[in-house]
Design a protein around this ligand. Structure first.
Ligand code: C2E
Ligand code: MG
Ligand code: MG
Ligand code: MG
Length: 282
């Protein structure tokens, strides 16, 4: 009897696995056609200064699946990386983000997330140059967000690509800082302009001593290396105050704004949107 149950349990598990694998397969088939069917769009989330002025926006891709409504990038980006879709998708994201930002005031920048796959399997500096030329966006207004996983294989080719990107005059930003491996030596050698403190450290502020100590250390280190520090995932007023008291330069999170469609981002940059939102954040 016990044996039988065990076998049933196992069979149930197997069926569940098959279903999951099948769902993934279906989603990756859909992913291939999604770009041609215009199912992707960009949302933009404000990154603000200490006094709550919009410094720029982070472009975050959204997939409007015909049958599933919005699929989270946390689900489809890994799939796009496995299938190679990330190469044409990443190109579309970059061009679209630059074209949108070109319509904003000239002191507002745009941050674009890059996948490590794009470093390995495409000529990223060439693509970035072409996206800038095509849109007319000044290179200094484009920030490229890279995670530490890019350096898991810091090959000469990847280092050369980073150097070329710097030569173009775009800014480099280290995303999700503190969650990956190593990093400290890369900070110095690869001359990042910006560090984004991962939201997992911000979440437990201001009361958790450990997180506060880590955030303080990151801010002090980055500041002494002349880098700008951004905190991600700021949701509460208490977190905002704590981060400012620790010397954080810029903030991003639901406290200020969720990621919004392009038209709304445009209107946030105009005076009226800014004022309303400033009062909320003050
Ligand atoms: P990320 O680059 O670290 O982006 C920040 C994520 O945190 C976004 O999730 C954003 O919506 C979310 N977020 C912002 N403020 C808050 C907050 O106050 N609280 C909480 N809980 N979350 C907040 P999203 O848009 O779901 O993206 C998840 C991840 O997917 C991104 O993490 C990034 O790694 C990847 N991703 C998104 N868009 C792109 C893209 O265009 N290209 C690539 N390669 N990856 C992307
Ligand atoms: Mg990011
Ligand atoms: Mg991040
Ligand atoms: Mg993240």
């Amino acid at each position: 009897r016990t044996k039988g149950e065990g076998r049933n349990g196992y069979r149930f598990y197997e069926a569940e696995m098959d279903e999951r694998i099948e769902a993934r397969r279906a989603l990756s088939t859909d992913l291939w056609g999604a770009l041609d069917r215009n199912e992707f769009l960009l949302h933009f989330q404000p990154i603000v200064t200490k006094d709550a002025r919009i410094r720029g926006f982070e472009a975050l891709v959204r997939w409007k699946h015909p049958k599933r409504d919005f699929v989270s990038p946390a689900e489809f980006i890994p799939l796009a990386e496995e299938t190679g879709v990330i190469i044409p998708l990443g190109e579309w994201i970059l061009r679209q983000a630059c074209a949108t930002a070109a319509g904003w005031p000239s002191d507002v920048s745009v941050a674009v997330n890059l996948s490590p796959i794009q470093f390995r399997h495409s000529d990223l500096p060439l693509l970035v140059r072409s996206a800038l030329e095509e849109s007319g966006l000044a290179p200094s207004r484009l920030e490229l967000e890279i995670t530490e996983s890019v350096f898991l294989e810091a090959t000469p080719a990847i280092k050369a690509a980073l150097a070329k990107l710097r030569e173009l005059g775009v800014r480099l930003s280290l995303d999700d800082f503190g969650t990956g491996y190593s990093s400290l030596s890369y900070l110095r050698r690869l001359a990042f302009d910006k560090i984004k403190i991962d939201q997992s450290f911000v979440r437990d502020l201001p009361h958790e001593q450990g997180s506060a100590a880590i955030v303080r250390a990151i801010i002090d280190l980055a500041t002494s290396l002349n880098m700008t520090v951004v905190a991600e995932g700021v949701e509460t007023e208490a977190q905002r105050r704590c981060l400012l008291s620790l010397g954080c330069h810029e903030l991003q999170g639901y406290l200020f704004s969720r990621p919004v469609p392009a038209e709304e981002a445009g209107s946030l940059t105009n005076r009226q949107g800014l004022r309303r939102w400033k009062i909320h954040a003050a």
